[in-house]
Ligand binder design. Structure first.
Ligand SMILES: C[S@@+](CC[C@H](N)C(=O)[O-])C[C@H]1O[C@@H](n2cnc3c(N)ncnc32)[C@H](O)[C@@H]1O
Length: 268
């Protein structure tokens, strides 16, 4: 098997087809944009997005009148985001910064800080998570809120199940390319002590006769955090948990882990 390429690298399939694949993500993102819009409240709110990727959420929030700064480590993901916004009326409301969400500094404070669709779960150590939360605390307005959409260990465990893996070939039709993209988990390794897992995903692009045109094996790495590990990190960074949800739609139980954070009341 060829050495997997990192996820979201230049010319990777995970980057090129990110929006198409995310559109097929299923129920887990139902209500996502509405959830962020409701928390943003007043218009225009100042929003900071950590791990903004291709600008999927960035564009949706800017189109609703908010000003938004998108931070991402990956230059090619940001390039996609800039292309997406290039002809968008909301362009003037958006600013992008290539940086690590654990190590950046921006002027001003934000009403809402979000790390959508598992961006924060790419942080693999407690030190990184503590640094990420410290950047959130520094950049959040006094009455601001932050939302972290995290991947759960159970979700990763399901993905890692070998019998599931053999059945997990997902086929995604590509209207503009008149071709088929398939994604298949072909390998995994979970380190339970370090609370991280690496998943190798094989992508194949096929023509209408199902002949393989191109393929790529890419490695996706996530870390997970347990409930009892959250409190000390929040205490260290002066934040507190105001809500924890399992899905974006009120009253609907899902498999997500969504934290809503605020500054800790110094008098509490
Ligand atoms: C699953 S994508 C989510 C993109 C976007 N927020 C969305 O919801 O579509 C995760 C993004 O986090 C970015 N990322 C990973 N680690 C990061 C870090 N330490 N600092 C900033 N961005 C990071 C990746 O480059 C990738 O674009």
């Amino acid at each position: 098997m060829p050495q997997p390429r990192p996820y979201y690298a230049e010319n990777s399939f995970s980057l090129t087809f990110y929006d198409i694949m995310t559109a097929c993500a299923g129920d887990q993102l139902n209500g996502e944009i509405g959830f962020y819009v409701q928390l943003a409240g007043k218009q225009p709110a100042r929003i900071l997005e950590l791990g903004c990727g291709t600008g999927r959420v960035t564009a949706a929030l800017a189109e609703r009148g908010h000003t938004i700064c998108g931070v991402d480590l990956s230059a090619p993901m940001l390039e996609q985001a800039r292309l997406k916004l290039a002809n968008n009326v909301a362009l003037g409301k958006v600013h992008f910064l290539q940086a690590d969400m654990c190590d950046f500094s921006l002027d001003g404070r934000f009403d809402l800080i979000i790390a959508p669709f598992y961006s924060f779960s790419h942080l693999l150590t407690m030190e990184q998570r503590r640094a990420g939360l410290a950047r959130i605390a520094e950049h959040m307005a006094p009455d601001g809120r932050a939302v972290l959409h995290l991947i759960k260990r159970d979700t990763l465990a399901t993905t890692l199940d070998v019998s599931e893996l053999t059945n997990s070939r997902t086929t995604i039709p590509l209207p503009s390319h008149q071709a088929i993209l398939t994604a298949q988990s072909i390998g995994h390794s979970a380190d339970h002590a370090a609370q991280r897992c690496d998943i190798s995903v094989k992508y194949q692009l096929m023509d209408n006769n199902r002949r393989i045109v191109a393929e790529s094996v890419e490695q996706l790495t996530y870390g997970w955090i347990e409930a009892d590990q959250i409190a000390p990190l929040l205490k260290d960074t002066g934040l507190h948990l105001t809500r924890r949800e399992t899905g974006f739609i009120e009253g609907q139980h899902g498999n997500e882990d969504i934290w809503v954070l605020a500054h800790k009341d110094p008098n509490a």
